[in-house]
Ligand binder design. Structure first.
Ligand code: AMP
Ligand code: ZN
Length: 459
């Protein structure tokens, strides 16, 4: 069966296929901004993209998928965080990159093949901006910043239909989005490709393109430049959360297509948000849960993953602790079933109903429904390999890493969680102190890359 996915640009379900002669499917997923722990709303998006990556591998072969996900390691937020903490920008972003990787591993997300950073691709961004200036799509403003001239690109607004919306709303939307740097621009909807250095940027600056001032790249250009470098001018699929559709992805299309003169991405996909009490989970609203907080409540990361797969990815999902309790029970059932399948039974098609639901626009509720229908019939006549393939697609093909052992006291578990969290952020002094606290209480903690276990100290 073909792998079909909703395309946000044409607004229809379309089959995913590699377009290049080498048969490699080129997949770009916008990554995190690394200045704080990602919350489980962010991880809803990354888990959805991980299922997509797994399905692409099943469909085209693991060696025929190239997955790129960037790390935004320079922007207003990262710079502000470094300033507040009086640390070097790179120290802050490396700390939170390590934490992001640890959380992704715990959630059983496959690592992308390339994880480029914005600061590691300044040259590529500057080169692209220079081309846009030469072609008349960008201009230098009075302060030495460079802006993209939205009016120079006819295709602007096709993805988000922003022009239609603006006609209805006046230009209020564009005005609001860009109010901060409005004075320097020729037109209110133009956006920054290069931002001239300001005192609050501290020592964060690079030489600019052509006669622009020293400064740093705007956010949007990083994805255009890194996608071009690692995947080429035309890619097969570009994804992110719905909030990235406008202006981020609209601006990426404008930059890339004006620079390269060809279609930027053949397919666009945006997944919906995780909500708390009906509102988007976000750092600015402060209504977020981190993976560590949920681990502190003794939910295994794989339980969190399953909870994030509960709704259709193009529908909002309201997060509650009840969802987690239900996912905890469901995961126990799934794994018990998987383990109890006898050797050498069944056929490789036993779990096609699960995979077909996933291939049909990532229909998670239908896929989990199909899985539980099979489970209800019992493990006696199904193929273990087929079950493993279905669990691989969902990313549930691993034993829980730290299902709380019933005999570990709550107080010990909570010290262990604190120590794990300290280690993730490389606070080794705190981690050592907590290890001593554990051993004084008669417990030793065994660390692994993706988790830990607790053992009573043998006397
Ligand atoms: P950021 O680290 O803020 O750049 O966001 C990383 C990814 O998380 C982006 O694809 C966002 O669209 C996505 N995202 C942010 N908030 C949520 C949320 N509440 N639910 C789902 N995805 C989100
Ligand atoms: Zn991006």
């Amino acid at each position: 069966m073909a792998l079909r996915l909703f395309d946000s640009l044409s607004r229809e379900l379309r089959e995913l296929k590699p377009a290049h002669a080498d048969g490699v499917f080129r997949f770009y997923n916008c990554g995190p901004t690394v200045y704080a722990p990602s919350h489980i709303g962010n991880f809803r998006t990354f888990v959805i993209n991980d299922v997509l990556r797994r399905l692409l591998e099943l469909q085209f072969g693991a060696s025929k998928v190239k997955h790129v996900r960037n790390l935004t390691d320079v922007d207003d937020k990262t710079i502000r965080r470094a300033r507040e903490e009086q640390r070097r920008l790179a120290d802050v972003t490396q700390q939170w990159t390590a934490k992001f990787h640890a959380d992704c591993d715990a959630l059983n997300c496959l690592r992308p093949h390339v994880e480029p950073t914005a600061t590691g691709h300044i040259r590529e961004q500057v080169d692209m901006i220079a081309v846009l200036m030469q072609k008349g799509n960008a201009y230098r403003a009075a302060d030495g910043s460079v802006y993209f001239k939205v009016g120079s690109f006819d295709g602007y607004g096709r993805l988000s239909r922003v022009k239609e919306r603006e006609l209805q709303l006046g230009s209020a939307l564009a005005g609001k989005v860009h109010a901060a740097d409005a004075d320097e621009k020729e037109d209110v909807s133009d956006f920054a490709l290069w931002k001239a250095w300001k005192a609050e940027d501290g020592d964060v600056k690079w030489p600019g393109p052509d006669d622009a001032a020293a400064g740093r790249p705007g956010w949007h250009i990083e994805c255009s430049a890194m996608s071009k470098k690692h995947l080429g001018d035309t890619i097969d699929l570009h994804t992110g959360g719905v909030d990235l559709l406008f202006p981020h992805h609209e601006n990426e299309i404008a930059q890339s297509e004006c620079c390269n003169g060809v279609t930027f991405s053949r397919h666009w996909y945006h997944s919906e948000h995780l909500l708390v009490d009906g509102k988007k989970m976000s750092k600015s609203l402060g209504n977020l849960y981190t993976l560590d907080e949920l681990r502190g409540k003794h939910f295994d990361p794989l339980v969190v993953r399953l909870a994030l797969l509960q709704a259709h990815p193009r529908k909002q999902l309201n997060f509650t602790l009840d969802t987690l309790h239900a996912a905890d029970r469901a995961l126990t059932t799934i794994h018990a079933f998987w383990q109890s399948i006898p050797d050498g039974k069944g056929s490789e098609r036993d779990f096609d109903s699960v995979l077909d639901a996933l291939r049909d626009d990532l229909n998670f509720p239908a896929a989990l429904g199909a899985l539980f229908t099979i489970i209800a019939r019992g493990p006696q006549h199904v193929s273990r390999a087929a079950c493993t393939a279905a669990l691989f697609a969902l990313g549930l093909d691993r034993a829980p890493i730290e299902r709380a052992k019933a005999d570990v006291p709550a107080k010990i578990k909570s010290i262990a969680e604190k120590r794990w969290a300290a280690k993730q952020v490389k606070d080794f002094a705190a981690a050592d102190a907590l290890r001593k606290e554990l051993s004084a209480a008669g417990w030793s903690m065994l660390d692994r890359k993706d988790g830990y276990s607790l053992e009573p100290v043998k006397k």
